[in-house]
Design a protein. Structure first.
Ligand code: ATP
Ligand code: MG
Length: 482
């Protein structure tokens, strides 16, 4: 374990890092910080939730000249939410060094951004489109930039942002330092990335599995039409603190959020068709715990750091293994435990195997809970609440009526009645979820993936280089109760 004090950082940085509650550097931070301070180009790959933001953020802040009022560092992120989050983390890291950080992203008033840009920010965090927009308007001058960072690099190159990114790169001095980070880095993407880097050093935190060991991973085999009941029961049994449910399409996300509300859960959906203000407000409510279940498309999967997410449900199995890694990585962050449950229809088992092959981790089968188990789960939630209230004490005001209740009544039944009052009973309110077709059957498992991986045009949806042969896996695995 490396202490931050061993990394030759300036006192103001150490002060900020301490204020953030970081004691020891995570492995990716311990490896990246010294090399980055030497000015090396870096491709950094480490599991979700292991502190990649600070791994590039700390050395960047260290290299900012506080007296220079020009932009010296630029960070590009795939989504607006992530740009905001990264800028907030950079602000905290640079607090004592007084580094000025600004987020620029689409959906926000451009005049306001132009005004803010005139105030001399030293670090810009933004999405590719809006950064390019500012470059074209000449409201963003990048001629003094010495460091450029692509967070979730593979996703941005994947999403077709490559042209935008190349255009941004051409506005930044050539002798800059370039850094790329992600939890996943498929080979074709890495090769594209290397085109605009100078002898990049790859820093890969060596782990057996691509996913975090603190995330327990399960799959539930379930037919499309049964998925919603299974989801409701799982939520009842597992009673997550905060949960994210991933759906494949925007329509699905809207329908799921509505259906969950009809059944008495506090849920909201988030996807790319919502206004920016709405997306931000949904996320804020989720972070504050005013929404218990966030239903999302992959939009929310990349990089978002929300503490308290204990469960991730993949209502639809993701099409490619990288999405899976990022989705389930919304739990089990910064040393906390988490659980990920993936629904898979019988026809989609090939995708499950593809995911397992890439992550090098097997998912355990989980049996869908019965209505009785869901009901019992909810009663247990009530029981825990009662225990908490008993521990808190302060019940004097209730004692008189409690005595009255117990007079002439069986105490067991009195408690049962109280439980009934506070327990969410199984709810079969009919809901409408349009059936999605399962992903196309994987027929050709045997085809060599080597040739595929040579293609430079890696795109979402196409079979990636990580697809694999139809290997037999051990047939029997003990099923676990939810
Ligand atoms: N050294 C540290 N000690 C304790 N907590 C840390 C440390 N470094 C980062 N964290 C915290 O860990 C959480 C996850 O960090 P971060 O979002 O940077 O992960 P990531 O590796 O970028 O994950 P992802 O691949 O999902 O983007 C954040 O809340 C961050 O503040
Ligand atoms: Mg990140």
């Amino acid at each position: 374990m490396t202490k931050f004090s061993e990394l030759e950082l300036s006192p103001s940085l150490l002060k900020s890092v301490k204020r953030m509650g970081f004691e020891e550097a995570t492995p990716i931070q311990a490896k990246t910080i010294p090399l980055s301070l030497q000015g090396k180009d870096i491709i950094g790959q480490a599991q979700t939730g292991t502190g990649k933001t600070a791994a590039f953020g700390i050395p960047l802040i260290e290299k900012i000249d506080p007296k220079n009022p020009h932009i010296q560092g630029i960070i590009i992120a795939p989504t607006r939410e992530l740009a905001i989050q990264v800028s907030e983390e950079l602000y905290k890291i640079g607090y004592d060094a007084r580094a000025r950080v600004l987020a620029v992203y689409g959906g926000q008033d451009i005049q306001r951004q132009i005004k803010a840009l005139k105030k001399g920010p030293q670090i810009i965090v933004g999405t590719p489109g809006r950064i390019l927009d500012h470059i074209n308007r000449r409201t963003l001058k990048l001629d003094q930039v010495h460091t450029l960072i692509l967070d979730e690099a593979d996703e941005m190159l994947n999403m077709g942002f490559i042209d935008d990114i190349e255009a941004i790169l051409s506005s930044v001095p050539e002798d800059r330092q370039t850094l790329l980070f992600s939890a996943t880095m498929p080979d074709p993407i890495r090769r594209i990335a290397e085109r605009f880097m100078k002898n990049p050093e790859t820093i890969k935190v060596k782990t057996k599995e691509m996913t975090v060991p603190l995330i327990e991973q399960y799959f539930v085999k379930v037919y499309e039409r049964e998925k919603f009941d299974v989801l409701s029961r799982l939520i009842d049994v597992q009673s997550p603190e905060l949960a994210i449910v991933f759906g494949r399409t925007k329509r699905r996300v809207d329908e799921l959020a509505n259906a969950l509300n009809l059944r008495g859960y506090i849920a909201e959906g988030i996807h790319g068709d919502l206004s920016q203000a709405k997306r931000i407000s949904v996320l804020r409510k989720f972070k504050e715990g005013k929404v218990d279940v966030l239903v999302a498309t992959d939009v929310a999967a990349r990089g978002l750091d929300i503490s308290g997410v204990t469960h991730v449900y993949n209502y639809d199995i993701p099409q490619d293994p990288e999405s899976y890694v990022h989705r389930i990585g919304r739990t089990g962050r910064a040393g906390k435990e988490g659980m990920a449950i993936t629904f898979v229809s019988p026809r989609e088992m090939g995708y499950l195997r593809t995911v397992e092959q890439t992550t090098k981790k097997r998912m355990m089968p989980m049996r869908p809970p019965s209505i009785d188990e869901a009901f019992e789960g909810q009663q247990r939630v009530s029981m825990e609440r009662i225990n908490e209230i008993l521990n808190e004490g302060n019940l004097d005001q209730y004692v008189t009526v409690a005595k009255e209740l117990l007079e002439g009544n069986d105490p067991l039944l009195v408690i049962a009645a109280a439980l009934k009052l506070m327990t969410k009973e199984p709810d079969n309110t009919p809901v409408h979820i349009t059936e999605e077709r399962p992903l196309p059957m994987k027929k050709d498992f045997q085809r060599s993936s080597k040739k595929d991986s040579q293609k430079s045009s890696y795109r979402r949806g196409k079979q990636s280089s990580s697809s694999y042969g139809n290997k037999n896996r051990k047939p029997k695995r003990a099923e676990r109760r939810p």
